[in-house]
Design a protein around this ligand. Structure first.
Ligand SMILES: Cc1ncc(COP(=O)(O)O)c(C=O)c1O
Length: 278
């Protein structure tokens, strides 16, 4: 294992020396939140938006971490490693309590951990396979919580069927992927589900909506029924590490003509350009 430098509670230490107590509430309960922040050409991408979402997640779990954007940048920037595409994983838990109790401890210092990894290049042009699964997660999916057991089980079910992702269906409507947002192209129009407690407000999602609207690609936020999903000419999954990933086979049937579509090509070009200038 590569012994890279990571950040833990105010210190930069080799990964092999970064240790957290077994009484940490992140370990015992999954009582924490996280962010995944990509960095292209040595610069953190959409940092402001990621920090805003982090702040929303912290507020939602009633955890106070009084760092401003400048302090976060000072912590994260030194972690960036060589290479064009990397991502920072940042996790904050409620910290170490002296006994295991569901209710918040009276005194507890948050545990703050961050590390940087390379984004592995991915051949998106071929498209990937996905399956639909029942969205059996909880009602607070807008919080980027480390408590990810449902998402893990769903993604593994997809992987077991040689699929890259599970697209989740709740009461007949597509919400998002197990670790991604979804977009479809229906009658030439780009559609993604509106922000709600049922999905994570993806930063990549927001960038795509903005880029589409600024470049004359018709895009709107609207619910996507299972029937829409089955008749869409294009389906994409979006996330910070996978960017815009076209799904060419859904539930063993081709999406559209089974090849990546023209709207994806357009947005892929716009997104790659934006990564260089943002
Ligand atoms: C459940 C879920 N939805 C959406 C996303 C996409 O969010 P972002 O574009 O900010 O990476 C992720 C990212 O991991 C996710 O886990």
């Amino acid at each position: 294992m590569q012994d890279k430098t990571v950040y833990l509670n105010g210190e930069y230490v080799p990964l092999s020396e970064a240790k957290v107590s077994v009484l940490d509430r992140g370990f015992l309960f999954g009582d924490g939140v996280y962010e995944v922040i990509p960095a292209y050409f040595g610069k953190l991408f959409c940092l402001k938006a990621h920090l805003q979402r982090l702040s929303n997640s912290l507020n939602a779990i009633r955890l106070d971490v009084p760092f401003d954007a400048e302090q976060w940048l000072d912590i994260l920037q030194p972690l960036l490693i060589e290479g064009d595409a990397q991502y920072i994983y940042l996790q904050i838990t409620r910290g170490v309590a002296d006994k295991r109790d569901h209710a918040f401890p009276e005194h507890c210092e948050p545990t703050i951990f961050a590390m940087c990894s390379a984004i592995v290049p991915f051949a998106r042009e071929q498209g990937v396979q996905a399956i639909t699964l029942d969205d059996m997660r909880w009602q607070l999916c807008h919080i980027k919580a480390t408590t990810l057991l449902a998402n893990i089980l769903l993604r593994q079910q997809a992987v077991d069927q040689e699929c890259a992702e599970a697209i989740l269906i709740k009461e007949g409507y597509a919400t998002e992927g197990a670790a991604s947002n979804i977009f479809v192209v229906l009658n030439g129009e780009l559609i993604t589900p509106p922000i709600s407690h049922e999905i994570l407000p993806g930063i990549t999602r927001d960038v795509i909506i903005e880029l589409a609207q600024a470049n004359g690609v018709s895009a709107r936020e609207e619910v996507i029924s299972l029937a829409d999903l089955q008749t869409a000419s294009e389906i994409w999954l979006t996330s910070s590490t996978r960017e815009i990933l076209p799904v060419t086979v859904l539930d063993n049937k081709p999406v559209g003509d089974g090849c990546v579509g023209p709207v994806w090509q357009t947005m892929q070009t716009l997104f790659q350009e934006y990564k260089r200038v943002a």
